[in-house]
Design a binder for this molecule. Sequence first.
Ligand code: ADP
Ligand code: MG
Length: 231
Amino acid sequence: MDAPIVAVENITKVFKDQISLPVRALTDVSFQIQEGEFVALCGPSGSGKTTLLNLIGCLDQPTRGKVFFDGEEISRLGQQALTRYRLEKIGFIFQDYNLIPTLTALENIEYVLWLQGIPSAQRRKRALVICERFGIAKLVTRRPPQLSRGQQQRAAVARAVIHKPRIVLGDELTANLDHKTGTELMDFLKELNREEKITFIYATHDPMIMARASRVIRLEDGQLVDDLRQY
Ligand SMILES: Nc1ncnc2c1ncn2[C@@H]1O[C@H](COP(=O)(O)OP(=O)(O)O)[C@@H](O)[C@H]1O
Ligand SMILES: [Mg+2]
């Protein structure tokens, strides 16, 4: 078997600040994910899903334990290396989409390429190709508030994959979508997973969305309680 694309080793995360009691969000969690997997991260609200995604995405650091990407330990990288890693290797799809309301859909989708310093003509071309594929080409001059939730979600997915990341992390992707739009979105992500070999890790507590995963990792109270492959 190849080296895993993501490995978390004995991760513990405790949130501490000056005022409140410490909160233990994750306790000694370990697993490995191979390239091309389509993984659902499940568990009740408060079980640690978002915390875990943030650690894999290098948006936060573990209190104890290590996170590896492609064999390299990322949990202790410096700021600059982390920024590069996030920019090149990872796509994020957040629960509330995080589209920038003052930019058009197209500008939102191009944003990562802009951060990467790709020239504007090339950015635009790539963004238009992906919008065509995502069925939102006619809407790209609109700003997010003028799009339906399903359209906003497609724009958020387009933005997450435009730079051809190795993995895409999604947090409650379908939480605000109706059933049909939600399952369409998942089928679409699965297609990207098959065709481009992008590894997906997404948090959800929707059984329909879990059913589409090739593997389900379950958390309860910050601990990994189940890890099942499904076919
Ligand atoms: N920044 C934070 N500061 C303090 N506690 C936090 C913070 N983020 C999450 N938590 C706590 O960590 C636990 C796990 O939260 P979270 O990862 O958001 O769970 P989930 O995404 O499964 O709902 C919860 O008890 C939550 O209140
Ligand atoms: Mg969450």
